[in-house]
Design a protein around this ligand. Structure first.
Ligand code: ZN
Length: 198
């Protein structure tokens, strides 16, 4: 344990995802030794992201206004929605350059062990978007792990009676993994080879 401010910083850093006690200590001492202007920029970036960035009212992606960049883009096709768990997955799919439709971010996956059920996800918002009848296909691109599969199964069952094409990304993605860690080529192929589930 250190005294005062440095320990406070280590504790705060330690709450961040993927930062263990050793990394927290390393980052704290890096901050201590760094140029004050570099740290001022970091502090500014942290403050600005909390002030300016919110979630898109339509799809749940990160946005700097009411609509995100993708929802606001008139060149994207309106007849297909790709359903993902988190905003970082939108970025992963965008990197493949295979997809020109819209997105819907669920805000997680069904995970009964951790008390996350369908009502905790943005599924109601998805159904609202389907109400206008423009959507023809839903591509379910949840993570290739147990929670992602459970979510995909739930969505497929719910959406199939609605007369839409519902497809799931092809296998070939690393099982148990996170969509964002798939490389562009693998994810792009999984997209092209998506299979109809209803
Ligand atoms: Zn959006």
């Amino acid at each position: 344990m250190y005294d005062g401010a440095i320990q406070d910083l280590i504790d705060e850093l330690g709450h961040l995802p993927g930062v263990g006690p050793k990394s927290a200590q390393r980052i704290a001492f890096h901050v201590l030794a760094a140029d004050p202007s570099d740290i001022a920029r970091l502090a500014d970036a942290l403050r600005t992201v909390k002030d300016k960035v919110r979630f898109c009212a339509t799809c749940g992606n990160v946005a700097e206004s009411d609509q995100c960049r993708i929802c606001a883009d008139p060149r994207r096709s309106d007849d297909v929605i790709c359903v993902v768990e988190e905003p970082k997955d939108v970025m992963a799919v965008e990197r493949t350059r295979e997809y020109r439709g819209r997105y819907h971010v669920l805000g997680g996956a069904i995970d009964p062990m951790n008390g996350v059920g369908p009502d905790d996800l943005r599924i109601r918002e998805l159904l609202t978007r389907l109400g206008d009848g423009k959507i023809e296909e839903i591509i379910i691109a949840t993570d290739p792990n147990i929670e992602g599969e459970a979510t995909a199964t739930y969505l497929a069952r719910m959406l199939s009676p609605m007369g839409l094409t519902v497809s799931r990304l092809a296998s070939g993605l690393p099982v148990g993994g996170d969509l964002e860690y798939a490389d562009e080529v693998t994810l792009g192929r999984a997209f092209e080879g998506r299979r109809k589930v209803s």
